[in-house]
Ligand binder design. Sequence first.
Ligand code: GDP
Ligand code: MG
Length: 439
Amino acid sequence: LTDKLQNVFKNLRKKGRLTEADVKAALKEVKMALLEADVSFKVVKQFMKAVQERAIGQDVMSGLNPGQMVIKIVNEELVKLMGSETTEIALKSGNEVTVLMMVGLQGAGKTTTTAKLAGKLKSKGKKPLLAACDVYRPAAIKQLQVNGEKQGVDVFSMGDKNSPVDIAKAAYEHAKNEKYNVLILDTAGRLHIDEDMMEELEKIKEAITVDQTLLVVDAMTGQDAVNVAETFGEKVGIDGVILTKMDGDTRGGAALSIKAISGKPILYVGMGEKLSDLEQFYPERMASRILGMGDVMSLIEKAQANLDEEKAKEMEQKFRKNSFGFDDYLESMNQMKNMGGLSSVLSMLPGVGSQMKDLEGMVDEKDMARKEAIILSMTPRERSHPEILNPSRKYRIAKGAGVDVSEVNRMVKQFEQAKKMMKQMPGLMGGKGGKRGKF
Ligand code: GDP
Ligand code: MG
């Protein structure tokens, strides 16, 4: 997949705006590459539509050529497709027992992953108990015990004479009594999806409260992995997916389609047979891996930085002319939010530094949403001419934003302070400046 995509955009010439023809030509090859990587047709179709709609007619960002611009959009859409955010397994707090049930086909990696996950939870200070509910494969119990021991985690088993439902119930009681706080049920798989397996899992769910049902699927099986996720999702209900064997020669297609098809996020990826080979799933990293173009990505990052630099200059102009209004304030807040913090934005402005601390208050994340609501409740004229804000206008704005008038006053005050502070910055007001970067 990677090689394919790397060759896709070579032929695009430098232009200022993406034409339909540019985009179509580039995307045709992206589409082929995705299909070859075993991404489901449905997902590919949807994906191509999203990228195309976004790409056509879009201005090419300064510093990028049209090809890079399409890559940037493809990359962003890939991330979106995989769920954008890293999802953590939800665990109950304190001593309450969180029950995780591992499900999946035989050989997918359930038993191995159970032990891997237990190690992760243990290192986070949890006290996990593993329960051997696979009574069909003779070696399954032993396998869990051996792996549990390697991880220094206790394993609950009752041999193979009891039903998985009874074992799960007894394990749950044991976990509660002995003050474990996570119980992981290692269940049996079948070679193929069958009714018995589904029924057994449902019975376990009826017998005890399963907090999270985690589906373990083998990435090497490509499209099948996606079908399995869909079926398990419908029949048993799943809360998240763990994709194993990503260290192998997989084409990445499964990772791309699972979220889109099953609606459930990938939580972890198995990267090898060793018990330490379990990694959190990062959609962005996976997208980069799929695109496989580190160089291009860093180019894009640079261009992005240039763009923000341009914005910073634009804002500097506004300060000089004293036309910095609430819309700019909002934009600067959003920019800071997007870029992961104030320091990265401010580090682009020359001569900042000492005033950093004072400014941090301006972008307290929790506060930001409320400020945004307040600004959005202002009329355009109020936003560009803050001086016209009088008590009755403030009252109206507060009502519109659903906040107290005191909040509006506070926000306006902070805005004035920020404005003043920025004005005082030597680099901004035509001092030596010019030096960018870190301090
Ligand atoms: P189960 O039947 O679902 O319980 O699967 P197992 O946990 O027994 O795993 C089946 C095989 O897959 C074993 O040989 C594991 O070592 C192997 N396996 C599991 N996870 C991974 C992984 O992430 N990478 C690789 N390379 N092998 C894995
Ligand atoms: Mg097993």
